[in-house]
Design a protein around this ligand. Sequence first.
Ligand SMILES: Cc1cc2nc3c(=O)[nH]c(=O)nc-3n(C[C@H](O)[C@H](O)[C@H](O)COP(=O)(O)O)c2cc1C
Ligand code: SF4
Ligand code: SF4
Length: 259
Amino acid sequence: MGKLYAIFFSATDTTRKCVAAFCQGYGAKPVTAINLADSLNSKLPDFSSEDVVVVASPVYGGRLPKPVAEAFARLKGNNAAAVAIVVYGNRDYDDALLELTDILRAESFRIAGAGAFIGQHSIFPKVGKSRPDQSDLQALESFGKECKAKIRDGFDPDCTPFIKGKRPYKKAAGAPLWPSAKESDCVKCGTCASNCPVGAISGDKPFATDTTKCISCGRCISVCPIGVRKHSGVKYSLVGFLFNAAFSKRKEPEWVVAR
Ligand SMILES: Cc1cc2nc3c(=O)[nH]c(=O)nc-3n(C[C@H](O)[C@H](O)[C@H](O)COP(=O)(O)O)c2cc1C
Ligand code: SF4
Ligand code: SF4
């Protein structure tokens, strides 16, 4: 078998944890692991038909985040095996896994497996709190083992099991909630500005957010060393209350492997 690669976007680390657990079960360390949240323009590797590529993304509004789908569209499969993973915050993954496998197939990857796993919701963290947990990580390891066996023994890329979702996909819609900090609390260290994947925070006013660019990924909140960047306001509290009430019932991982 060829080399293992991991290409993913993870703003608040849950997708990265899921990819790591998959690789643990698969029994190999990726020769290259790229978190596109560090740079959406990262140079992407060239693959051969022997290689195995884990491609993973969080779900935003039931879809792939737009800049992430655009970055994945630069991949060239060259007939490598791919494993598609989406991570969602216990609401639903809707069309995101179908969208990801469609992108990978169009780029000449052979899909060996596809799965949807749960991570703490990055806007409403009470939903899916502390996930992926032990049971999620075990599920990812099992998925990794199953994919390894399937790729070793051979699979039919034209015989793909059912993947939930509809075409045309649901309309992509951003979350109208954007984090920021109070100017008086912010020490202007610039950590949030240098870590924002879409350049929505300026170096001179890092407490503010350019809402025309922000994708609400939550990375600035998680990297702020003094914890002053956050969601706040009446709208956030109200939507959060309703969201927690509607989506707190635990969802479980789902995955399929090729035949
Ligand atoms: C803008 C935005 C939209 C989201 N939409 C959904 C969604 O449609 N369904 C869902 O269950 N979770 C949704 N989530 C939650 C994320 O999919 C989840 O928290 C994921 O684990 C984040 O991955 P990361 O930690 O790797 O960045 C959304 C999060 C954000 C920031
Ligand atoms: S400003 Fe928006 S896009 Fe940038 S890191 Fe913060 S939440 Fe993400
Ligand atoms: S990381 Fe926090 S303290 Fe530093 S500039 Fe951003 S909001 Fe201000």
